[in-house]
Design a protein around this ligand. Sequence first.
Ligand code: NI
Length: 253
Amino acid sequence: MYIDTHCHLSKEDYLDVDKVIQENREQNVSMIVVSACKKEDFKEALEYAKKYEDVYVTLGYHPEEVEDVDDEDLLYLKEHLKEKKIVGVGEIGLDYYYDKSKKKEQIELFEKQLRLAEEENLPVVIHSRDATQDTIDTLKKYKVKGVIHCFSGKKEVADIYIKMGFALGIGGIVTFKNSNLGSVIKDLPLSSFVLETDSPYLSPVPYRGKQNSSKNIPIIAEKIGELKEISTSLVEKVTTENAMKIFDFEHKK
Ligand code: NI
């Protein structure tokens, strides 16, 4: 069984969510973690978690939401973190790609949510774009573990995160010809990977440019197997165990 540890699931993107879940199951992807990272997404994600056995949820405010999040919203987040099938805080983090002018505010929001994760004893799912050093420095201040979502950095950065106890979320980028990720992860231990699609974004080759979905997880596993010269089924087994350890699904049912 595969686990997609990071996807987005919304009627806005998928007309027929029943069908998405069915297609996932046909590909042996029978657990998915939906990342609800905007206030507007929380309710829908929680509905799916109730409706489908397969769906678990992480809640958090994405760094790009920084201007729209106030203390009341953080309270709202804190309350919902206690609900069933909420397995983590995320995706949270820092994103300086589009806007560097809000660094201070982003770090503040990030820290408030790291504190919440610490209090609730939940793993975190980290979004970091063009902000590696600040992400590492900020994470080091808190006793949290979790996943570096959509990892695509250098080997030295991977080593730092792994040493800090984080897993790397590996997705469709690993199949892209112009990406370095393959050569970076080739020599890293399988024990530090979890699989993710970040769907509807980042479809793996040969579906690049089309809408992604959790059913494509086996393509990513196959690619990792190829790179590491091991079987796809070993990648499946170990990455699923890794995800189970991090998110503790059994106790969140
Ligand atoms: Ni995402």
